[in-house]
Write a protein that binds this ligand. Structure first.
Ligand code: GCU
Length: 619
C-alpha cells in the first residue's frame, strides 16, 4: 500500500523495486522512459477534489523536437511568454489550439485521426493553500507515456496507457496563484512497452481519462482493502501523512462496526464476524453496503459488495455455490459512429446495459484496465468481471527487465486501484502469449505478485488455441489445453476461432472438442466472426450477419459439450476500431466481430446468444 511523500508517491517495498527497475531499463534508448514511475493516488472517487477537465491548449510535436533539446526555440514546457523583441521562440501557448480533456486526440480532429507522436498539453492550475493540507495532481489515465512539468520544472513521468498516476504539488501551489502545468503525452510504444506497438485495437493517444486536483488532510486514509475471509469481514486500512502511528480508526459497513488503532507504520487490520443482515453480493442480487471509515483527521465513504470466489476441482464457486459465466468481452470504446477512448459514465452504463440485455452475468474487460467508473457500474449492475493488463501477443519483450518491471507496476496499480470492486473475480496476466521459458517466467512473476497483493481472487490467462493448445496442426479435431502455465493458474481460458481463422465451416464444429489434463475450471475467453451490420445473405457467405449467427449457434453447442467448462466471453460486444482491419467493403478500419455495430445495431448473433443465455439462466 502507498502514501504520498513530498516528492511523489512513497512506494511499498515491492513497488519501489519495480519503480527503480523502470528507471534503469535493460537497453537505454531515447524512447524508453528514464525517470521513476509516478504511482496512483488511490480511491479518487472518495476524495475531495476539483476537476481539471475541459479545454486545454496543445502543441503538436510530430518530430519530437521538444525533447531533442537542440535549441531553446521549442522548449514547450517552459512557462514563457515570448517578448516581441526576442529572443525568438517558435511557439506561443496563447496562440495554440484547444482540445477537450478527457478524450483521445484521434477523435477530436480529422488531422489527428492517425497522429501517433507526442502532443504537449497546457493549462494553468490554482490550489488555494489550506494549512497542513496536501494538494495532489491526479490523472486517471493517459496513453501512452506522460511527462509532467509545473512552472517549467519536471515533476514526474508515467509509462502506461490505462493506469492512474499522481504527484504531490503542495509546495508549488502554496502561494494560491496560477501555475503553468505542461503535460507531454507520447502515444508511441517503444520495443519494451506494454503492450507493444502492434495490437488489434486503435492506439488512441492523449489524456484519455479525467484529471483532478485533490485536497488531502495532513493525515489521510491512503488505502483500504475490504474482503470476506470465511465469515469474517476484514478491512486493511493504511494512513499516510503527518501522524500515522497509534491513530484510532473506526469503520462501519452496513450495520457492522469495526475499530482499531494503527501500528507505527500507519496500518491496521479491522475484523468482525459478518452478520446475516450483511447480505452477500451476486449478479442476481448485487447488494452493496455503505462503507464509512474514519480517522482523527479524515473520513471516506463508498459502496462495497461482499462475496467469495473460489474453485473446487473443475467447478467455479461464487459464495460457495457453482456459478456459470454467461459473458461477453468488450473494449473500452463507447457506442457511436466515431471511434473514441473517451468513455463517460453514461457511455459505460449504455454499453454494460447491452451486456445485461444479452442476459450476461459476466464481462471480460479486454485488454487493459478499464475506467474505475466502469468497475463501479459492474458492482452496481451485478456483472462479474475479468480484468487484465495488456501483456498481449508474442511481440512483448519477455526477456526485458524494463518490460517486466513495467508490467509488474501496471498490474500492481490495477489491483490496488480495483481490489475493492466485488464484481472483479479474475485477474488475467496475459492474452495469447506463446509458450517460451522467458514468457513462463515473466507470467509466473506477475501471478506471484497478484497473489501477494490480493489473495482473494483467481488468476487466469487467455491462451491461444493456435499456439498454446495442443492439436494446433490443421485437421485435428480434439484440442488439449496443455500450456505449462496451467499449473500456475486457477482458471484456464482459451481463445479459439474455429470456422473463422481456420478452414472449417461452422457445421464442422460438431467434430471439434476441447479438453485439459488440469483438474481446473476451463472457459472460452474468445470466439467469434466478423459481420457487417445489415449485411445479409446465405449463411455460407463470410461477413454476413447470417454466417456470424451460424458460427455462434454451432460454437455454443461445442461449448455446451465441453467437460469442466465454467463459462464463456465471446468476442465481443461491439465493433471496435482497429488499423489492422482494412477490408474496403466490410471493415473500413473496424473489427466487425461485435454482436452490435458501432452505432448500436444489434446483429442476428445477438439474439442467438441472448436466447442461449436465457435457456442457461432458466436451468
Ligand atoms: C485475438 C485477440 C483479440 C483480437 C481477436 C480478433 O484473439 O485476443 O484482441 O481482436 O483475436 O482476431 O478479432
Amino acid at each position: 500500500m502507498s502514501g504520498l511523500s513530498r516528492r511523489g508517491l512513497l512506494c511499498s517495498g515491492a513497488s519501489l523495486a519495480i519503480a527503480s527497475a523502470l528507471s534503469s531499463p535493460a537497453q537505454a534508448n531515447r524512447a524508453v522512459p528514464q525517470a521513476e514511475q509516478l504511482r496512483p493516488l488511490l480511491h479518487l472517487h472518495t476524495r475531495r477534489k476539483t476537476s481539471l477537465d475541459g479545454k486545454w491548449r496543445y502543441i503538436l510535436d510530430p518530430y519530437d523536437a521538444g525533447r531533442r533539446g537542440d535549441n531553446r526555440r521549442r522548449t514547450f514546457w517552459r512557462n514563457f511568454t515570448p517578448p516581441l523583441t526576442g529572443p525568438l521562440v517558435e511557439y506561443d501557448w496563447s496562440a495554440s489550439p484547444e482540445m477537450v480533456v478527457p478524450g483521445d486526440w484521434n477523435s477530436q480532429s480529422p488531422e489527428l485521426l492517425w497522429y501517433d507522436d507526442p502532443i504537449y498539453y497546457r493549462r494553468d492550475i490554482v490550489g488555494a493553500a489550506v494549512s497542513g493540507h496536501r494538494k495532489v495532481l491526479a490523472f486517471e489515465g493517459a496513453n501512452y507515456h506522460s511527462q509532467l512539468w509545473l512552472d517549467s520544472k519536471a515533476i514526474g513521468q508515467h509509462e502506461g496507457g490505462f493506469t492512474p498516476f499522481a504527484v504531490d504539488v503542495t509546495e508549488a501551489l502554496a502561494d494560491g496563484a496560477a501555475h503553468g502545468l505542461t503535460v507531454a503525452v507520447d502515444s508511441r510504444h517503444h520495443p519494451e512497452a506494454v503492450p507493444t506497438d502492434y495490437t488489434d485495437w486503435q492506439n488512441y493517444g492523449g489524456i484519455t481519462r479525467s484529471v483532478w486536483l485533490v485536497d488531502l488532510p495532513p493525515t489521510y486514509i491512503a488505502d483500504w482493502f475490504v474482503r470476506l475471509d470465511g465469515e469474517t469481514v476484514r478491512i486493511d486500512v493504511e494512513l499516510a501523512g503527518a501522524a500515522v502511528a497509534g491513530q484510532r480508526v473506526a469503520a462501519r459497513l452496513g450495520g457492522l462496526r469495526l475499530e482499531g488503532r494503527t501500528q507505527t507504520n500507519g496500518k491496521v487490520t479491522l475484523a468482525a464476524r459478518r452478520s446475516p443482515r450483511l447480505a452477500l453480493w451476486s449478479p442476481e442480487k448485487p447488494t452493496l453496503h455503505e462503507l464509512r471509515i474514519e480517522s482523527a483527521g479524515d473520513s471516506i465513504a463508498e459502496r462495497i459488495g461482499l462475496r467469495t470466489i473460489a474453485t473446487r476441482g473443475r467447478e467455479l464457486l461464487l459464495n460457495g455455490r457453482p456459478v456459470y459465466l454467461r459473458g461477453i468481452a468488450m473494449h473500452e470504446e463507447p457506442i457511436g459512429p466515431v471511434g473514441t477512448r473517451r468513455m463517460s459514465e453514461a457511455d459505460a452504463r449504455r454499453l454494460l446495459g447491452e451486456a445485461k440485455a444479452l442476459g450476461c452475468n459476466f464481462v471480460r474487460l479486454a485488454h487493459y484496465p478499464h475506467s474505475e467508473a466502469t468497475l463501479r457500474l459492474a458492482d452496481e449492475l451485478g456483472l462479474i468481471v475479468w480484468a487484465e493488463i495488456p501483456v498481449y501477443w508474442e511481440h512483448i519483450r519477455y526477456d526485458s527487465a524494463h518490460t517486466l518491471a513495467l508490467a509488474r507496476s501496471m498490474q500492481a496499480d490495477m489491483i490496488r486501484r480495483d481490489r475493492n470492486r466485488c464484481s472483479i473475480a479474475l485477474w488475467s496476466v496475459a492474452n495469447e502469449t506463446p509458450i517460451t521459458d522467458a514468457r513462463n517466467a515473466f507470467l509466473r512473476t506477475l501471478i506471484a505478485d497478484a497473489r501477494a497483493l490480493d489473495p482473494t481472487r483467481l488468476l487466469t490467462a487467455a491462451l491461444n488455441k493456435n499456439v498454446d493448445v495442443g492439436g494446433a496442426e490443421e485437421g485435428t479435431s480434439v484440442f488439449t489445453v496443455t500450456d505449462p502455465l496451467g499449473a500456475d493458474l486457477d482458471v484456464l481460458a482459451v481463445n479459439q476461432y474455429e470456422a473463422w481463422y481456420s478452414e472449417r465451416t461452422p457445421d464442422q464444429l460438431k467434430e471439434v472438442s476441447f479438453t485439459t489434463p488440469y483438474d481446473k475450471p476451463l472457459m472460452f475467453s474468445e470466439f467469434g466472426a466478423d459481420a457487417l451490420a445489415g449485411h445479409r445473405g446465405p449463411r455460407e457467405h463470410l461477413w454476413t450477419e447470417d454466417y456470424q449467427a451460424w458460427l455462434f449457434a454451432e460454437t455454443l453447442e461445442m461449448v455446451e459439450r465441453t467437460p469442466g467448462c465454467v463459462g464463456l466471453s465471446p468476442w465481443l460486444l461491439k465493433d471496435f476500431r482497429s488499423p489492422r482491419r482494412w477490408h474496403g467493403r466490410y471493415q473500413q478500419f473496424w473489427n466487425r466481430k461485435g454482436l452490435i455495430g458501432e452505432t448500436g445495431q444489434r446483429k442476428l448473433a445477438f439474439e442467438v446468444l441472448r436466447a442461449h443465455y436465457a435457456k442457461l439462466a432458466s436451468r
